[in-house]
Design a protein around this ligand. Structure first.
Ligand code: CMX
Ligand code: CO
Length: 146
């Protein structure tokens, strides 16, 4: 079951300048940043709020690291802006299979690695009324003492 908005993905040309905008304008700080080679992006996660299930909602700023990456292709066509939305679930495997059974294209056979150790998959925007939609299961919180 999809229970929350995990993040909104925003494509940008300059990760540092965009993060600075969010900090100066709204006070949102970069909580985490990493490079995801497989997705072809550098990214920064800005934590917006915690949610009832113990997870959180984020803005995900993504800057392409390769010309042939999906985000580079999208930026060349559209310029900067909202690139995707991501719904959170405790079980990305079950939920993406259920969505696939409805005839919607799920882009990966198996979920792949996302931000902060999460597991993610994507639904084709042409099957979702124009919205590139990600489904994500956050990594389990580390046990206390870890
Ligand atoms: N939102 C809405 N529509 C989109 C879109 C997006 N983000 N990206 C592409 N489209 C549309 C295009 O506008 C195009 O529509 P038209 O045919 O009407 O022009 C159509 O989808 C095909 O697009 P394309 O530019 O030819 O791109 P591809 O088919 O090569 O790739 C997609 C599209 C969705 C398969 C690819 O972007 C993808 O695999 N995305 C998932 C991975 C990803 O985006 N990773 C980055 C984020 C990582 C993270 O969140 O952690
Ligand atoms: Co994302």
């Amino acid at each position: 079951m999809l229970t929350r908005i995990d993040h909104i993905g925003i494509a940008c040309f300059d990760l540092e300048a965009t993060a600075e905008f969010y900090r100066d304008t709204y006070g949102f700080e970069v909580f985490h940043s990493e490079v995801n080679e497989e997705q072809g992006v550098r990214e920064a996660m800005l934590r917006i709020n915690g949610t009832d299930d113990g997870a959180a909602s984020w803005l995900q700023l993504v800057q392409p690291i390769r010309e042939d990456s999906p985000v580079a292709k999208w930026l060349a066509k559209n310029g900067e802006g909202v690139h995707h939305i991501a719904f959170g679930t405790a079980d990305v495997d079950a939920d993406s299979e259920a969505i696939r059974d409805k005839g919607i294209r799920v882009l990966y056979e198996q979920p792949r690695r996302g931000s902060m150790g999460s597991r993610i998959t994507f639904l084709h925007p042409k099957d979702c009324h124009g919205v590139l939609t990600e489904i994500v299961t956050a990594a389990p919180a580390p046990a206390s003492g870890d």
